[in-house]
Design a binder for this molecule. Structure first.
Ligand code: ARG
Length: 401
């Protein structure tokens, strides 16, 4: 008796997920493996991947283009939440996992499968995101993670695959572990494991080295409608185009490279390199527009919500009651976050140099130091007396003792 009869496997075309196919069948007695590759804009050719799954023993090989939903339903809410894990990582990898889990569950239901499977090892965050998302969407579905248990080295994995007709990688395989999609690239392992080593230039694809970026600054204008980016330099863009356009423009100026030591949920610190030009630009622009259109208390209160929200995304709790409740809060705050933000891109930096909104709460008559000043300066005196009263009383007591 196998662990499951029919399994839907998250499939990338790489060695590990390919080896999962014969492994599930041979070692764990699975009768039928259906593979599912998600198109998240990673730029891989998907037809060869589809065929490779069949050659590796899948009974059915599915490819789903989920790019639009990825941006609309996952990236845009993260932008509205200004979500940067540990203040830096815009969650490109983390945001894709709940979406992949969602389509795995949908396919499992459609095909009457009794389990889903993925190729994550036991050391990372992605296994948590797949497993918890699946549990939230279909609590009785089994989850199989062969690579968490098989204990094979890279060489052994390749050798195992070759026994079942899975070709060893043709190119000398990259020493790095890379995850990529429309939101950016996450790069780890190899020499990057030494935190003192500067990342070699060759690892980057979406961002230019500062030495190669234009010597003239470029202005970029992002338009937002209720917290959602909708235009680039005045031109309306659909979600996919918008991300692609901003990636290109900002990447050309070397914007969006991140080199950090990160705390994984499983307790390990890891050295991660990211390039995520659009998300960095869009989150910074969005946060700036909020500072123009939200009241002080919402702006400041929302920072705490954002921190929790960001951690929930990172820690695999996308589908959870607290996350849903925070979504409702964030959604409400975005009603007036419409307008445009102007940035000046130059040598790895996206400086915000202007912002405007019909809903601006910025009041020139109150803010000005010029003759038009409408602020009642005398009113400040009474306000400060009351505001400072508790401090004054405390200070008097201090003096007495
Ligand atoms: N550390 C990041 C995260 O947990 C990225 C992991 C990406 N995986 C990779 N194979 N590079 O979201």
């Amino acid at each position: 008796m196998g662990r499951a009869k029919k399994v839907v496997l998250a499939y990338s075309g790489g060695v590990d997920t390919s080896v999962c196919i014969p492994y599930l069948k041979q070692e764990w007695g699975v009768e039928e493996v259906i593979t599912l590759a998600a198109d998240l804009g990673q730029g891989d050719e998907l037809e060869p991947i589809r065929e490779k799954a069949l050659k590796s023993g899948a009974s059915e090989s599915l490819v789903m283009d989920v790019r639009d939903s990825f941006i609309r339903d996952y990236a845009f809410p993260a932008i509205q939440a200004n979500a940067l894990y540990e203040n830096r990582y815009p969650l490109g990898t983390a945001l894709a996992r709940p979406l992949i889990a969602k389509i795995l569950v949908e396919v499992a239901e459609k095909y009457g499968a009794d389990a889903i499977a993925h190729g994550c090892t036991g050391k990372g965050n992605d296994q948590v995101r797949f497993d918890v998302s699946t549990a939230a969407l279909s609590p009785n579905l089994k989850i199989l993670a062969p690579a968490r248990e098989w204990g094979m080295s890279r060489e052994e994995t390749i050798a195992y695959g070759e026994k079942f007709g899975i070709p060893a990688p043709v190119k000398k395989s990259s020493p790095y572990s890379i995850d990529k999609n429309l939101l950016g690239r996450s790069i780890e392992a190899g020499i990057l494991e030494d935190p003192t080593v500067e990342p070699p230039e060759e690892i980057y694809e979406m961002t230019k080295a500062i030495t190669d970026t234009p010597n003239e600054p470029e202005y970029l204008e992002i338009g937002f409608d209720q917290g959602i980016p909708t235009t680039v330099n005045g031109e309306a863009k659909n979600p996919i185009e918008l991300i692609e356009t901003v990636n290109k423009i900002a990447g050309n100026h070397g914007i969006g490279r991140i080199d950090m030591i990160e705390n994984r949920l499983v307790g390990i610190k890891s050295r991660e390199i990211y390039e995520s030009p659009a998300m960095i630009v869009l989150i910074n622009a969005h946060r700036d527009l909020e500072s123009l259109t939200l009241t002080a208390d919402i702006t400041q209160y929302k920072r705490g919500i954002e921190q929790t929200y960001t951690q929930m995304i990172y820690n695999g709790l996308w589908y959870s009651p607290l996350k849903a409740a925070l979504d409702a809060f964030i959604h409400k705050t975005q009603e007036r976050v419409s307008g445009t933000v102007r940035l000046k891109l130059f040598k790895g930096n996206a400086a915000i140099v202007g912002r405007k909104s019909e809903n601006t709460l910025y009041t020139p008559d109150l803010a000005t130091y010029g003759a038009e000043d409408q602020f009642d300066h005398k009113a400040a005196e009474g306000f400060i007396y009351v505001w400072g009263l508790p401090t004054r009383i405390w200070a008097q007591k201090e003096k007495e003792n």
